[in-house]
Ligand binder design. Structure first.
Ligand SMILES: *Cc1c(COP(=O)(O)O)cnc(C)c1O
Length: 395
C-alpha cells in the first residue's frame, strides 16, 4: 500500500518545492546567541531567533538547570494528576502568576498546548469566541476543538470587533482572544480598547503573550503592563520558548477558577507529560531575574530603537512596531527571498516572508532584535542591509 501513498507524497512535495515553499533548516552547532556557528563551521549573526532577552545561553539559567539535574533528576515520566509534580513546577507556577499579577498558573509542555487546551474545557455551544484574524495557529486550532460559536474580526480592528460582539450578544459567555504582539508586523494588540469593548458587551478577554512577555512594557510584563491592565484580563497564555529562556514549556495564567477548571479538564495537561524539572528550575531563576531588574528590557528597547532609527534613515520601509519584531517591507516575494539569501552570504541570519504567510504583495524580511545583540552586531546587520539593499536596487 505504501507505494501509492509514497507517489502521492512525492508529488505533493514536488509541488511545494515548485511553488518555492519548501522549508529547509539550517544546522546550528553552537549555543543560541547573537553569534552562532553553523554545521559547516561558518559563523553568523542571528537576527531571526525569539531569543529576545538573550537568556537562551544564560549562565545563571544553565547553573539553575544543572543544579536541578542533580537534585531532581532528568524526567518526570508521568502526567501530573496521576503521579504528582515536582516542587519546582509548583514554584514556577506561583512565580509566573506573581510576575503577571494573576491568581494562578498552569504549566503545559508548550504554549501550543496551552492554547490547544484552553477553550474546550471552559466554553460550550452556548458560548462565543471572538478571535483576531491574525491570531497564532495554536489559537486557531484550540478554537476548532471547542464547540463555542466562532466570530472573527480583522486584525486589531476595533470597529469590526464591536460589530462581531454585537452579533455575538445572544450567547451566554463571550471570550475575546488576541495575540499580544502579532508576529509578522510586530504590532501590539490595542488591549485598552479591547477591554473597554469587553466591558461594554460583557465579554471576557484572553491574551497570548508569547511574543510580548519579557519584551513589551517597561519591565517586560507584557501587553497588560503596556496598557496598565495588570490583573484585569481573565486569561493570559505564554511560552517559555521565546524571551523566557528559549527552552520549552508553556503556561496559562489568570483567574483562580479558570486555572482550576483547566487542571480538571484540559486535555494537553491531563494526557501529556510536564516539562523536565531542570526547565522548571531555570524558569524559576528566569522569573527571579526578571522580577529583580529590567536591564535586559532596557537594553532590548534601546537596541530596537537604534536599529529602526538607523534603518529608516538609510531609507528602508519599516512597519510601525512596539515589540522587538521589525518588518523590513519589500512587498515583492522573490525580492524578499533574494535579499534574505544575500544577507545570509554576508553572515546575517534573517527570514524573508511572503504570501501566504503574509498578505499578497506584503513580502518582507523580519528582523528580530535581542538584548544579546551589541551595537557592533546591530551596525554589522545594518551595513549588510544597506550593501545588499543597494545591490538589489531597493535603496
Ligand atoms: C510561539 C507562539 C506560540 C507557541 O509557543 P510554543 O511554546 O513554542 O508552543 C503560541 N502562540 C504564539 C502567539 C506564539 O508566538
Amino acid at each position: 500500500m505504501y507505494q501509492k501513498f509514497q507517489v502521492h507524497l512525492q508529488e505533493e512535495l514536488a509541488s511545494i518545492e515548485d511553488a518555492g515553499l519548501y522549508k529547509r533548516e539550517r544546522v546550528i552547532v553552537s549555543p543560541q546567541g547573537a553569534e552562532i556557528t553553523l554545521a559547516d563551521g561558518t559563523r553568523a549573526l542571528n537576527f531571526c531567533a525569539n531569543n529576545y532577552l538573550g537568556l537562551a545561553n544564560s549562565p545563571e539559567l544553565i547553573a539553575a538547570a544543572k543544579g536541578a539535574l542533580e537534585t531532581h533528576g532528568y524526567g518526570m515520566a508521568s502526567v501530573r494528576f496521576i503521579c504528582g509534580c515536582s516542587d519546582l513546577h509548583k514554584q514556577l507556577e506561583t512565580k509566573i502568576a506573581d510576575f503577571f499579577g494573576t491568581e494562578d498558573t498552569i504549566l503545559y509542555a508548550a504554549c501550543f498546548d496551552a492554547n490547544g487546551g484552553v477553550f474546550e474545557p471552559l466554553l460550550s455551544e452556548d458560548d462565543a469566541i471572538i478571535s483576531d484574524a491574525l491570531n497564532h495557529a495554536s489559537i486557531i486550532d484550540g478554537v476548532r476543538l471547542c464547540k463555542a460559536k466562532r466570530y472573527r474580526y480583522a486584525n486589531a480592528d476595533m470597529e469590526d470587533l464591536e460589530k462581531q460582539l454585537q452579533e455575538a450578544q445572544a450567547h451566554r459567555f463571550k471570550l475575546i482572544v488576541t495575540d499580544g504582539v502579532f508576529s509578522m508586523d510586530g504590532n501590539v494588540a490595542p488591549l485598552d480598547k479591547i477591554v473597554a469593548l469587553a466591558d461594554k458587551y460583557e465579554a471576557m478577554v484572553m491574551v497570548d503573550e508569547s511574543h510580548s512577555a519579557g519584551v513589551v512594557g517597561k519591565t517586560g510584563r507584557g501587553v497588560t503592563e503596556l496598557h496598565n491592565l495588570r490583573g484585569k484580563v481573565e486569561i493570559l497564555t505564554g511560552t517559555l520558548g521565546k524571551a523566557f529562556g528559549g527552552a520549552i514549556g508553556g503556561f496559562t495564567t489568570g483567574k483562580k477558577e479558570i486555572i482550576d477548571m483547566l487542571r480538571q479538564r484540559s486535555r494537553p495537561y491531563l494526557f501529556s507529560n510536564s516539562i523536565p524539572p531542570l526547565v522548571a528550575a531555570a524558569g524559576v531563576k528566569m522569573v527571579e531575574i526578571m522580577s529583580s531588574t529590567h536591564v535586559l528590557q532596557d537594553k532590548l528597547h534601546a537596541n530596537t530603537d537604534y536599529f529602526i532609527e538607523k534603518m529608516r534613515s538609510a531609507g528602508f520601509d519599516i512597519k510601525p512596531t512596539r515589540s522587538a519584531i521589525c518588518a523590513v517591507m519589500l512587498y515583492d516575494a522573490r525580492l524578499s527571498q533574494n535579499m534574505a539569501a544575500r544577507l545570509q552570504e554576508e553572515g546575517i541570519f534573517v527570514t524573508g516572508f511572503y504570501y501566504p504567510v503574509v498578505p499578497q504583495g506584503q513580502a518582507r524580511i523580519r528582523v528580530q532584535i535581542s538584548a544579546a545583540h551589541e551595537t557592533k552586531h546591530l551596525d554589522k546587520c545594518i551595513a549588510a542591509f544597506i550593501k545588499v539593499g543597494k545591490e538589489l536596487g531597493i535603496l
